[in-house]
Design a protein around this ligand. Structure first.
Ligand SMILES: [Zn+2]
Length: 61
């Protein structure tokens, strides 16, 4: 993982500390939800709907 990646949550400029998945859908793709890989900060990794990718943690300091 590159250093200095930002949290992918809207309006959040905090440095990401982990990666994981959120359930959602892209604009224009209808109502079908799917998992998206996102970066998350310490605060957002505890958000409802965020599933931390434990396998990635070893790559993040
Ligand atoms: Zn965040």
């Amino acid at each position: 993982m590159e250093t200095g990646e930002q949290c992918d949550y809207k309006g959040c400029n905090t440095e990401a500390t982990t990666k994981g998945y959120v359930l959602g859908h892209k604009r224009g793709s209808g109502d079908k939800d799917s998992l998206h890989l996102v970066n998350a900060c310490d605060g957002h990794k505890n958000s409802d709907g965020f599933f931390e990718d434990i396998g990635c943690m070893a790559n993040i300091k």
